[in-house]
Design a binder for this molecule. Sequence first.
Ligand SMILES: N[C@@H](CCC(=O)N[C@@H](CS)C(=O)NCC(=O)O)C(=O)O
Length: 202
Amino acid sequence: MMKLYWAPRTRSLRALWVLEEAGVPYERVRLDLSAGEQKSAEFRAINPMAKVPALTDGPLAVAESGAICAYVAEAVPQAGLAPPLGDPARAPYLRWLFFSPGCVEQAFLAKSGNVQLRPESAGFGDFDRVFDVVEAAVAKSPWLLGEKFSAADVMIGLDLHFGIDIFKLVPSQPALRAYVDRSRPPGAPARQGDRGSPGLNR
Ligand SMILES: N[C@@H](CCC(=O)N[C@@H](CS)C(=O)NCC(=O)O)C(=O)O
């Protein structure tokens, strides 16, 4: 059985969410970050970065929330969270999975730290460009891949929930707001018309 090492109000929510969507049994191990449990030798053997989330699956260990989303989506193909090899939707799927840590997270960091970077050198370009691109994608179809929810929506959906509702960094543009409401990440309040999929707050 897969075992997830997690802590509340962290990037662990991506991993919790994808596991709930996958609908398979898994074990949760909650770490107390303020007590430094992530720095134990036992946990560092699972993730040498001493950060949550981390997932074990028998002898395998996967760290990095994006990698965990990709791993779970492929380990549980019947959940339909990742287009299979050869499916044309695989290209945008991979692009959005990487867009989250590669562009969205970097834009958050730069904005919250008030760091000015040259858009030509910063991998995310600039903050507005990142969210304009996401907004255009979710304005034209319900999910990033069109009609089908995927693990990429877990990554970007949680990013937007944090960016809009928690950090208040991203303006609540109507298309972005509607996307977060319909994906309903863990921790987000129930809204009328949400997808009502399995999750931690449902
Ligand atoms: N790139 C990693 C980042 C993980 C990360 O920074 N986790 C934070 C919580 S959101 C953490 O474990 N912080 C505790 C620490 O660094 O001691 C991922 O996406 O999983």
